[in-house]
Design a protein around this ligand. Structure first.
Ligand code: 13P
Ligand code: SF4
Length: 325
């Protein structure tokens, strides 16, 4: 089967009700759709579970589905495959990568690790399987602070690949982790000047930020947390207006949960009004339909890599369960 980019998409009958077709395919194939909050609203609406990186990993591990359609980016689908090797894991678009994962090439990271022999390697889940295989424990933005604090104060730690998340954790925990110099293009592009202007225009707005943002941006936040944490904060808060400093896809769930509140996406330092992840946004309903129907593109890895990369992921899940996350 030739799944050349865009080839089958063009052949989809435009009168097809993709929502109904996808729902039928899920039932016939005993498949589930796991979607990240940064997906388009339509994709979130057809998903069986929508969540942050930790929630998605936990769901992937426990599902009994024969097939997982992962609507997110490549490292998330890889993680799902490692945690549930008996399920077939398919993705809408193999090109949906991640600038943060790309900022950490395995050869360079192996050399960095070798230069810090007495360090524990804590790695953000936004990395490739090769980098996971070089790590001791994986963390997500939900559990990073607690996992770092589970190590003795004098334990030397390498944190990779996100220098912004690493700097934020250093600040919160008083640690001095050695940071890999990586970053997410989406969270680094917020404009400080435009944010300050927005705060002046909306003086009562609560500023919610993801810790992948740079420190000067985070200084303006009333609350910093993972996508799930900022969504939950917006639900519980009595405030009426929120400025959101993360990928704009999360606003769909915020607005659904709190229809009377106003959510303002913080603008990037270009001409766009809000901040989309170009990788996350490669996924479409059409591609999901095709992936479910033809059961590809499939995520496949060598059993050796799966084994090595899974170990630090399992440690993360064990620690998260211990912390009640
Ligand atoms: P979380 O959803 O885990 O907070 O991660 C955000 C992100 O950038 C995912 O790519
Ligand atoms: Fe990667 Fe950033 Fe996109 Fe998340 S938002 S997938 S970290 S590029």
């Amino acid at each position: 089967m030739n799944l050349e980019k865009g080839f089958l998409e063009k052949k989809i009958d435009p009168s097809l009700d993709l929502f109904a077709e996808i729902s039928d395919l899920k039932k016939t194939k005993n498949a589930i759709i796991l979607a990240h909050y940064y997906q388009d609203a339509d994709i979130q609406d057809i998903a069986d579970y929508i969540g942050d990186s930790l929630g998605l990993a936990q769901q992937a591990e426990k599902t009994k589905a024969d097939m997982i359609l992962f609507a997110g980016v490549h490292f998330m689908a890889e993680t799902a495959k490692m945690l549930n090797p008996d399920s077939k894991v398919v993705v809408p678009d193999l090109n949906a990568g991640c600038s943060l994962a790309d900022s950490c090439p395995p050869n360079e990271f192996a050399a960095f690790k070798a230069a810090h022999p007495d360090h524990v390697v804590l790695t953000y889940i936004n990395c490739t399987a090769d980098i996971k295989a070089l790590s001791d424990v994986i963390v997500t933005s939900t559990n990073a602070v607690q996992i770092v604090e589970s190590f003795p104060k004098d334990q030397k730690i390498i944190f990779a690949p996100d220098k912004n998340l690493g700097a934020y954790i250093n600040k919160v925990t008083g640690r001095n982790m050695v940071l890999w110099n990586g970053a997410c293009m989406v969270h680094e592009i917020f404009s400080l000047e435009k944010l300050i202007k927005l705060k002046v225009q909306h003086p009562k707005a609560i500023v919610l930020a993801h810790p992948e943002c740079e420190a000067p941006i985070l200084e303006h936040a009333h609350f910093i947390g993972s996508t799930t944490a900022i969504l939950n904060y917006s639900k519980k808060s009595d405030a009426k207006e929120f400025i959101v400093l993360t990928e704009a896809g999360i606003i769909h769930q915020m607005q659904k949960s709190s229809p009377l509140k106003t959510f303002i996406p913080a603008p990037p330092n270009n001409s766009c009004a809000c901040n989309d992840c170009p990788y996350m946004k490669l996924n479409t309903l059409e591609k999901i339909y095709i992936a479910l129907k033809y059961e590809q593109p499939e995520i496949l890895m060598s059993s050796e890599l799966m084994e090595k990369a899974k170990r630090p992921l399992v440690k993360m899940l064990e620690l998260s369960a211990k912390f009640g996350l």
